[in-house]
Design a protein. Sequence first.
Length: 504
Amino acid sequence: MLPDDPRVPRGDDAATDPPDPDSTDLTGSNATLPLTVPVAVAGPTARPRSPVFAVAMVLVAVLAGGALFMSGYSVGRGQGLAPGTPADEQAAWRPFWDVYSAIVNRYPLEDLERRTLIEGAIRGLVDAVGAPYSSYLSPDDFDQTIRDITGEFEGIGAEIGTVDGVGNTIDCGTFGPDCQLVIIAPLDGSPAERAGLRSGDVILAVDGSTLDGLTPDEARDRIRGEAGTEVELRIRRYDPPAGGPPIPAPTPAPTAAPSPGASPGASPAPSTAPPRVVVDEFQLSVTRAKVVRRDVTSRTLADGNVGYVRIAGFSDAAADAFEAAVKKHVDDGVEKLVIDLRGNPGGFLTDARRVASVFIESGPVYWQEDANGVQTQTDAIGGGVATDEAIQVVLLIDGGSASASEIVAGALQDRGRATLVGQTSFGKGTVQEWIGLEDLGGVRLTVWKWLTPNKRWIHHVGITPDVPVEVPADTPRNEDPVLDKALEILGASAMSSRALLPAA
């Protein structure tokens, strides 16, 4: 099902009230490896009564029924649903309970086998919704994902996504010739970065076995592992890098017309970029390690005249660290800032709002749209330390900038608060909610779309920088033409600054 199917949340707005701090809502894209995935946290606690949320209610009913079975009770017609469930809803679920009752009453099932049935039912419910990026996660996978998001895990340390056979970003569930695993961004200082993995690298095989037939979660399990162990990866490298908005191969493809009721905003024009070509294919051995995300780093450039702040991800502490870093630059009298969101795969949505609010005093940061097409505006928090327009801001993005980082980039671009420099961003315009199911793992459910302040939906389109700067695949690691261009825009001397970026 396409993202603009009417059953899928079609919007990008967020509630104006602050989210519940105990909420585990996240917005992400793709599967999480340690390796993690573009994930961002959704904030609203007041949930619309939409088909998507009806599914969440059904999950509670299924779990309740399972508990009755394991306690030695039999569930008949109309039982197993929450009290007060409408009669038509009870009738709709009657065949499910008939089948479940038939199984447990005719097979001598152990508790573990009953648990497997319940997990399968939950997985089927989520899959049937057909919403992109929605899935059921086993207890181990759910716990690992939450650890990844909060910033500490064992693995190679890279954000992943999916692309088609020529490197264009797509939503797909099983790997094969038209669905491949791609590195969205290696984390700063991670084993993946040290081994030389780059944004856009496609992983063809793990330890000599192809990924064909596997899901993203299964591929993640093959790649991650205990610290100190090695994993052998078969890598394909494209130029331009894989991921991001579609690039035609070999001729420009027509732009699909928006579906009825789709969010307003410009449709992507046919790309004029050259088709991607494979420039290298090689084996790479990566030693797994314990990865602790250091999401915010800061320093001064150009003889102290420019403040540089990098945000590698939006973990639960990123906004505090970012605000402190920017405040120090402002307190030191710096009036020119470079904010680096390259390779930032996303994270907590609430942190994205706070980061944007550092530069925007009032008015919209983003919009959200639910499954019913209802749009709600989320405004800046107010009181930001760098809202004075005398402070010049240049924001760096690339194909690894996704989800929550695109919310920040879109807000600052639409509100005229920053000049965007680099390459077109990843294009992740949906928000996922994470629903914990006690000892049964959890569900990642797409609940709405987000739009920029000007109501652009950037899903699979990305955000185009104001000043494009291409970085050839053979660019030396100690050179950074994107940062050089940012310094030039700010009137500072251009310099090769890659070597100045701190190691994690």
